[in-house]
Design a binder for this molecule. Structure first.
Ligand SMILES: *Cc1c(COP(=O)(O)O)cnc(C)c1O
Length: 357
């Protein structure tokens, strides 16, 4: 039976990528060696890293003023590395709090230096994106989260920012067109929309680095990783390779313009059904609804067992909401085909037909 994988993360990857990844575990680049048993300094792996760094710059349409590298430690390590590398000892960092991940980023920044939360949507359980806040021009940077994976909210219009703009794009990277040059630093844990768990992509504008006055630990210093060509130490070789395969898949099919259109169709189909169907209600403010993570509740929670049986029987997997929020969350990452969304929509219609009044 075909499974429709709506997992929030680690999320769905293209089938062809999984097959290529499996092949590389046995025979990488026709070397008759596994990717897992060769030197990261071998010619073939150096080409992998170089291409993985290059495609990110191509997809974001940025030049040599930016550097791309891959680190372990998840997006969560970036919560600490961002302030460690950008927040001056006498400076202040500005943050927008839009949920659990943003809060965790704020927590780390506070341990490193002065941190100011300039806007928050905590008053309404993070169900919307704060707007119209004043960005302090003397702060070292502003940190935002483009897509709030847990609450299903997404920034549709990024703030005009007079200071370096730093963005956690873990759950919507390469899902839509953004003007990457408006950002000084973008990071993303790969496992939502770009690859498997175990590597985090960082893209940074070089001219914002080296200004903190702090003595830097090597492994936490962006400049060390840049100088090492994303191989200061042994990088997470396999996760980076599978991220490269996913980036190649995206590029080959037409890049962000191609996937953006499909993602739009998927999100529209599901939100239209949530709004039409008498059995469901969306949880995020309409204008801030995420195209990646669609969160909704049953109007009659007592029918949960019945709905759960229907979607499980339809081969749907991974739509249970985050443990902090409850309800349902369908993640529509790049690799999810529209056919899977159609199956979910049909299941919701069948549910209404059977249990609606
Ligand atoms: C999942 C997620 C994180 C945490 O990622 P890890 O790689 O597990 O550290 C951070 N930010 C966002 C937006 C996420 O969705």
């Amino acid at each position: 039976m075909k499974i429709h994988n709506f997992s929030a993360g680690p999320g769905i990857l293209p089938q062809e990528v999984l097959k290529q990844a499996a092949d590389a575990c046995i025979n990488f680049d026709n070397l008759n060696l596994s990717l897992l048993e060769i030197s990261h300094r071998s010619k073939n792996y150096e080409a992998t890293i170089a291409e993985a760094r290059q495609i990110v710059k191509e997809l974001f349409e940025v030049g040599d003023e930016y550097e791309v590298f891959y680190l372990g430690g998840g997006a969560s390590l970036q919560f600490a590395m961002v302030p460690y590398n950008l927040l001056r000892e006498s400076g202040t960092a500005a943050y927008v709090n839009t949920g659990v991940w943003a809060s965790k980023a704020i927590k780390e920044a506070k341990l490193i230096g002065n941190t100011s939360v300039i806007a928050s949507s905590e008053d309404k359980k993070f169900s919307y994106i704060p707007k119209g806040y004043i960005i302090p021009t003397d702060a070292d940077y502003l940190h935002i989260t483009s897509n709030n994976t847990i609450y299903g909210t997404q920034i549709k219009e990024f703030p005009k920012c007079p200071i370096p703009l730093v963005c956690d794009m873990s759950s919507d990277i390469f899902s839509r067109t953004v003007n990457a040059k408006d950002f000084s630093l973008i990071y993303a844990g790969a496992q939502k929309n770009m690859g498997p768990a175990g590597s985090t992509m960082v893209m940074v504008k070089k001219d914002i680095l080296g200004k903190t006055g702090r003595k830097m630990l090597s492994m936490l210093d962006y400049q060390v990783h840049i100088k090492g060509g994303s191989m200061y130490n042994t990088p997470p070789v396999f996760p980076i390779y599978v991220s490269l395969l996913t980036l190649r898949w995206l590029k080959k099919n037409g890049g962000i313009k191609w996937i953006e259109k499909i993602n739009r169709q998927k999100a529209d189909a599901l939100y239209n059904e949530i709004d039409r169907n008498s059995m469901f209600v969306g949880t995020a403010a309409k204008e801030d609804r995420s195209d990646m993570n669609v969160c909704f509740l049953l109007n009659k929670p007592e029918l949960e067992v019945d709905f759960d049986k229907l979607w499980k029987d339809a081969g749907i997997s991974g739509i249970r909401g985050h443990r902090d929020v409850g309800g349902y969350r369908a993640s529509l990452y790049n690799a999810l085909p529209i056919e899977s969304v159609n199956v979910l929509v049909e299941t919701m219609q069948a549910f209404e037909k059977k249990f609606g009044s």
